[in-house]
Write a protein that binds this ligand. Structure first.
Ligand code: FAD
Length: 319
């Protein structure tokens, strides 16, 4: 389903993120998680895109498998880095034929293994260039190739705490706006732990005229090691002092760290829902337990139920 239709039909859309598994065991574990998370009826699931050729094929294969073998709506990530225009077109054609509704268009980073890679060889430099290209693809080729005559819906990344390579936060908003003006339909954010950062980002977007839905990225802390990994993965991501104090109080006990992390993420979600967030995106790390626990804590069994604005909930008097 096209992103515009998803966000028009729901007050809050729910989505989960997966990455392509590299071993048969990891694949088994991912499919088990997917089956468990499928029961929560997310509006879509997004699938990350790596930098090397073989991991890229894993993404394409996983996206098509999810589309064909589950009820989940896969949103593949696609990056500019290390791609020619012909390669991007081949991927778009494959996704169009498979009936993929939406793509998350990203700049991507040059992987460490390809440190000398010359970006001038890439067809597209920034995510905005890729968004523009997907739009052109939609206009020229979607009819006949894609089941939706509008072609792909397009998402882009946003950074409530700022992107590490753009220290000028005013210019950064202009660059984000350029992605929307190029044709993006929604923004999905980097993970964050202080909702005030998200609300301020949302306000700043509104001030510069960015009005597309903004989906909040949530990643519960489930271990100390994972927390360190997040700090590395989402560069610039801030752990607020109350969260650090709460983790500190556990003395490092694994079960207690996990409880603190799930509780924090649950409270983030509850508060975001109270503040009419347009979407909650869970970075699952291919596991289902933490996300399911947050749903349980929120009292939600079905992403398409009252929590999404569909159905009246318990306070509606039956007609
Ligand atoms: P862009 O929007 O192109 O921005 C990149 C940087 O360049 C920013 O600092 C921006 O401000 C700046 N910039 C943009 N336009 C211009 C311009 N015209 N002139 C000068 N500077 C400019 N990475 C992956 O490899 N695979 C994934 O699957 C993946 N999924 C992600 C999902 C989400 C929700 C998020 C938030 C990030 C994801 N990333 C992924 C990481 C992302 O690719 C990196 O953070 C990358 O550095 C920036 O990507 P972007 O799409 O924000 O790029």
């Amino acid at each position: 389903m096209h992103a515009q239709d998803i966000f028009n039909q729901t007050a809050t859309a729910f989505s989960f993120e997966f990455f392509p598994p590299k071993t048969p065991e990891a694949a088994e574990s991912l499919y088990a998680s997917m089956r468990e998370l499928e029961a929560l009826k997310p509006h879509f699931v997004s699938i990350t895109y790596g930098a090397g050729g073989s991991t890229r094929d894993l993404t394409h294969d996983l996206v098509v498998k999810v589309k064909q073998e589950t009820t989940l709506e896969p949103v593949p990530h696609l990056t500019c880095v290390c791609h020619s225009e012909a390669e991007i077109n081949a991927i778009l054609e494959r996704y169009a034929r498979a009936g993929i509704g939406n793509i998350l268009a990203l700049g991507g980073d040059v992987p460490k293994a390809l440190a000398g890679h010359d970006r001038a060889r890439d067809a597209f430099r920034y995510a905005a260039d890729l968004v523009r290209h997907i739009r052109r693809f939609n206009e020229r080729y979607a009819k006949g190739l894609h089941p939706d005559p509008r072609g792909f819906g397009i998402g882009v990344a946003g950074y409530p705490e700022g992107h590490p390579t753009t220290p000028n936060r005013v210019r950064e908003l202009d660059l984000l706006k350029a992605k929307i003006e190029a044709g993006a339909d929604y923004i999905c954010t980097q993970l964050f732990f202080d909702n005030r950062d998200f609300y301020d980002f949302r306000d700043r977007c509104s001030l510069v005229g960015v009005t597309v839905p903004i989906v909040a990225g949530i990643m519960p802390i489930t271990s100390l090691k994972g927390m360190m990994g997040m700090a590395d993965m989402a560069l610039g991501c801030r752990f607020p002092a109350p969260l650090m104090r709460a983790v500190n109080r556990t003395g490092g006990d694994p079960d207690s760290v996990r409880r603190v992390g799930i509780h924090w993420a649950t409270e983030q979600c509850r508060d975001l829902l109270d503040h009419r967030v347009r979407g909650l995106h869970f970075y699952t790390l291919n596991r289902s337990t933490a996300t399911r626990e947050i749903y349980l804590n929120l009292g939600v069994k079905d992403s398409r139920g009252p929590v999404s604005g569909i159905g009246g909930g318990v306070w509606t008097t039956p007609a």
